[in-house]
Design a binder for this molecule. Structure first.
Ligand code: EPZ
Length: 464
């Protein structure tokens, strides 16, 4: 298991291109199961979770290959764009997403809806819980059941089938009105599953209390380019008019707003000055709001041409020396994203006063608190709320990564800490951040990856 060794104290300065969104790409890749035509995706980040999804799709009869980059011409010269991936279903008889694959990545659940709708049958291992919570899928099953699927649990697997379904000419799912709200708001991948399945259902589907995340909008945009008829994506009510079949498409994955938020916090915690290109500022207003309340300056840089895509703009991040304490509560989009909670907490450890962080999506998502305390942070956790009493400095120490975003939090703390921080088990990071240490080094960080001879983690440790 690799670890990062970080010598803190360097200001991050320079320019970085935000990569394609992991949380958009995963359900978008799964949606390739809705057609027997080729699907080409651009700006796919090089991540462990993306590789896991490639392996899962291959096990379901769908080729998933990275298209080699152009070696000459302008494309080769520019800041390397994300990977181009070509997906093509060649065998629809393999419809079992097995436990050994699903347990390494919970997002595997998003193949359920597409496979059920297209093939009439799907068997997907129940995803386990993970470090941030027990991660139920009851809302997914409620939604697919409402579309007419017969769903049973069989030996740890979800077995879903369309009555009189299966293959060409078989039964189809039936459009329905579905309420998809749960005790913690809506469900992102549940919305992706139900919306994807409804594209091939007979008649109209209305999803009430749908997730409003930008990644859902990106998925809907891609599905509509395949011939789906979806309106309302990004709002709590999505309407889908079912169609008989979908074609292939080419789609560029939206930039990763969580990665962008992470690097904004990295710039702030090191009192740095970085510019992010391909930045989805329009999807990050809650993050920018909290960072500006802390004293971070986020300045949008407009192209000379003046016309910019608000989801692919440039932003310069600088920070005042005196960080102010804030209150932040994580909410479903457009609220403050739970996936940036840990990274902001690292920054708040150095604020001048007491901050309050409340986690409304995953009340247990505080595994980073104990590790930050090892570095001198003063944090009191009471249930879903943590009070951070800012301190003048953090001190480097060996710390343990537990999940993807907690790992990022510890790296940020190490960048600002005095002395050396060792972040163990960085395989968590590799799931959601492309070449993080290399990219931080280009910004001036003193960070290196050290191969650790310890045995690789058990899949249960890797889940999130
Ligand atoms: C997505 O997970 C993201 N993952 C998560 O990012 C993110 O934290 C989460 O949405 C919330 O924004 C991907 O997109 C691959 P949910 P998802 O279903 O869809 C409860 C990261 O760090 N719930 O929206 O699995 C659930 O317990 C990852 O990149 C039910 O009760 O999350 C949670 O409290 C971590 N029943 C809340 O809803 C269900 O059937 C939100 O979960 C489903 C969810």
């Amino acid at each position: 298991m690799d670890k990062f060794v970080i010598h803190g104290g360097s200001r991050l300065c320079g320019r970085l291109t935000v990569k394609g969104s992991k949380n958009a790409a995963l359900p978008i890749m799964a949606a390739a199961l809705l057609t027997d035509q080729p699907v080409v995706l651009k700006d796919v980040a090089q991540l462990a979770d993306i590789s896991n999804m490639q392996g899962l799709l291959r096990s379901l009869g769908c080729s998933a290959d990275v298209v080699p980059p152009k070696t000459s011409g302008l494309d080769a010269a520019l800041d390397p764009p994300g990977q181009v991936m070509r997906l093509h279903v060649e065998d629809e008889s393999l419809s079992h997403a097995v436990y050994d694959i699903v347990r390494t990545m919970r997002a595997s659940i998003c193949v359920l809806g597409p496979m059920l709708a297209r093939r009439g049958i799907a068997r997907v291992s129940m995803p386990g819980g993970c470090a941030i919570g027990d991660r139920p899928v009851d809302l997914h099953l409620r939604g697919l059941g409402a579309l007419g699927a017969e769903i049973t649990l069989d030996g740890g697997d979800i077995l879903a089938r369309v009555p009189r379904g299966g293959g060409a000419g078989g039964g189809r799912l039936k459009g329905a009105r579905i309420f998809l709200g749960g005790p913690f708001g809506s469900t992102v991948l549940g919305t992706a599953n139900v919306m994807s399945a409804a594209t091939l259902a007979e008649g109209q589907t209305i999803i009430e209390s749908a997730a409003c995340e930008p990644e859902i909008v990106d998925l809907a945009r891609m599905l509509n380019s395949m011939g789906a008829r979806i309106t309302g994506a990004g709002s709590p009510r999505i309407v889908i008019e079912g169609v008989e079949s979908l074609s292939g498409t080419t789609h560029r994955v939206m930039p990763d707003r969580i990665e962008a938020g992470t690097y904004m916090c990295a710039a702030a915690i090191t009192n740095g000055d970085i510019t992010l290109d391909n930045c989805p500022l329009d999807a990050m207003l809650a993050v920018v709001d909290r960072l500006e309340a802390v004293g971070v300056l986020v300045t949008e840089i407009h192209d000379k041409g003046g016309v910019t895509d608000p989801l692919r703009t440039s932003a310069r991040i600088t920070c005042s020396r005196n960080l102010k304490p804030v209150e932040v509560t994580t909410q479903p989009h457009p609220g403050f994203p739970t996936d940036v909670q840990a990274q902001l907490m690292a920054l708040l450890c150095l604020a001048d006063g007491n901050s309050v962080v409340t986690e409304r999506i995953y009340p247990e998502r505080f595994l980073h608190v104990a590790e930050l305390a090892r570095m001198g942070a003063r944090i009191l956790r009471q249930g879903p709320t943590a009070v951070i009493s800012g301190t003048r400095r953090l001190v480097g120490a060996p710390v343990m990564a537990s999940d993807l975003r907690a790992s990022a939090c510890l790296v940020l703390a190490g960048l600002a800490a005095e002395g050396t921080t060792t972040v163990n088990r960085v395989y968590h990071l590799d799931r959601g951040y492309e070449k993080m240490e290399t990219r931080l080094r280009t910004l001036g960080a003193e960070i290196e990856r050290v191969r650790d001879r310890q045995v690789a983690p058990t899949p249960a440790e890797a889940i999130s």
